[in-house]
Design a binder for this molecule. Structure first.
Ligand code: FES
Ligand SMILES: [Fe+2]
Length: 446
């Protein structure tokens, strides 16, 4: 096949396998006019943290576009094309004004919607400003994150509100992490839960909890708006079912970071909600909330003071202190950027544990092609009270080991847990949580 590398099973046969295939452009290229870029432009994406918006403009890059973000003195957020419509000076050197931002070079004033308000060097009565509208995108702040929509104005969707944005007793702390690699490899990590057994436990050191080192039984379920994955393990007399959401195209959530699986749990919820922002083809960012609450982190191992811009309170998400440290205890950061700047799918050899990654790529390709062919974009559907139910969390049930086929038992339990959780999707809170808890307790007794 053209472009395919030649694989040779011969020992010391590297000479025969030096060709490197092209990346999968359809899924990885995100700039304006690319198929994936067009698809991604139908969704709201986070572009910065509110804490980054101070009195100066902030240069940002999203979906391959150079932009400038600011909060004007009236408190409105503006996201504009970075280069001034007059003669191109970067608006990162502009002056944030009472209304909009003023270019430093000749003083043109731009409103947050791109309207040119003033061209002060022009003679009175000049119509120049009326013939220009600077590139601008809608943006707003929500719980410490700035979200923006870079798509066609006529297709702007509602910003979806997920249940996990307002869980009882939960505090959301925003953070942003930068990764010098394509968005897809960081994003599809959420479909690859088995890496926690190896990267985070067996191959390096116990980066989280020792129970993560047990080989899980993983079951991927495609739902209307993405995937719901159960990642279940035997731990003594318990079965720990970890639940993970991955909404299309780039939102994911996980359960507890430091789950020990020692005590029974009936759907404790989320430890992080994150979006993987494609900055450009070669860079991405996790822009996210850490959730702090007693039920997810009873031992209080999390530390909200460590969460911010390129800072987080759990290992492996940022560059190591030294190259040697990165080699000795690599984390997610090294694993993702180590897949090349853009991972080359044709060079991979996917196995049974990569089923989720394969399913996610197939779904993404279907969505991109459907949009290209004039179809509609699939979005999460709000249920009770306009909220999108999510399913991430942890369930630990006392289920002694089967003398027969324990992995079959683990899979069966994980599917029963899945069914209990999905069955409550239409219930409003707090009845939904109560029903899930009641049904999981009944499952445990059974
Ligand atoms: S380049 Fe911006 S006002 Fe002239
Ligand atoms: Fe990880």
């Amino acid at each position: 096949m053209t472009g395919m590398p030649t694989y040779n099973r011969q020992p010391y046969g590297g000479y025969h396998a030096t060709a490197v295939a092209q990346e999968d452009a359809e899924l990885t290229h995100v700039g304006p006019g690319t198929p994936c870029g067009e698809y991604l432009r139908r969704f709201w994406h986070p572009v910065a943290l509110s804490s980054q918006l101070k009195d100066l403009p902030l240069p940002v890059r999203a979906l391959g576009e150079d932009l400038v973000l600011f909060r004007d003195l009236g408190g409105r957020v503006g996201l504009l094309h970075r280069h001034c419509s007059h003669r191109g000076t970067s608006l990162e050197f502009g002056i944030v004004s009472a209304r909009g931002i003023r270019c430093c070079y000749h003083g043109w004033l731009f409103d947050v919607d791109g309207t040119v308000l003033e061209t002060p060097g022009e003679p009175p009565g000049s119509r120049l400003k009326d013939n220009v509208c600077h590139g601008a995108y809608p943006a707003f702040e929500y719980k410490g994150i700035v979200f923006a929509y870079l798509g066609p104005p006529a297709e702007k969707p509602e910003f979806p509100i997920y249940d996990s944005f307002a869980l009882p007793g939960d505090e959301l702390v925003p953070y942003l992490l930068s990764f010098p690699c394509n968005w897809l490899q960081a994003n599809e990590n959420g479909m690859d839960p088995i890496h926690s057994t190896f990267l985070h436990t067996r191959v390096t050191t116990v980066q989280f909890e020792v129970a993560w080192g047990e080989l899980p039984v993983i079951d991927w379920n495609e739902l209307q708006a993405g995937f719901f994955t159960t990642n279940a393990r035997r731990w003594g007399d318990n079965i720990w079912v970890r639940l993970h959401d991955q909404f299309s195209p780039n939102m994911g959530q996980t359960g507890a970071l430091w789950e020990t699986a020692e005590t029974e749990k009936f759907f404790t919820r989320v430890s992080l909600t994150r979006w993987c922002l494609p900055v450009d083809d070669h860079n991405c960012q996790y822009i996210a909330w850490r959730h702090f609450n007693q039920s997810v982190d009873p031992q209080r191992k999390g530390d909200r003071t460590k969460c911010g811009v390129n800072r987080i309170d759990f290992p492996g998400q940022t560059p190591a202190a030294s190259y040697e440290a990165a080699q000795r205890v690599p984390g997610d950061y090294e694993a993702w950027i180590g897949q090349r700047r853009i991972a080359v799918h044709k060079q991979e050899h996917l196995g049974t544990t990569d089923k989720g990654v394969a399913m996610a790529r197939q779904r993404l390709r279907r969505q991109i092609q459907a949009l290209r062919d004039g179809g509609a974009v699939v979005r999460p559907q709000a249920k009770a009270g306009g909220i999108v139910p999510t399913h991430s969390g942890d369930v630990v049930l006392r289920v002694p080991k089967s003398t027969n086929d324990d992995r079959a038992l683990i899979l069966d339990v994980s599917r029963r847990v899945r069914d209990v959780i999905l069955a409550a999707d239409d219930d409003p809170e707090p009845q939904r949580q109560q029903r899930i808890e009641r049904d999981l307790r009944a499952l445990s007794r059974a």
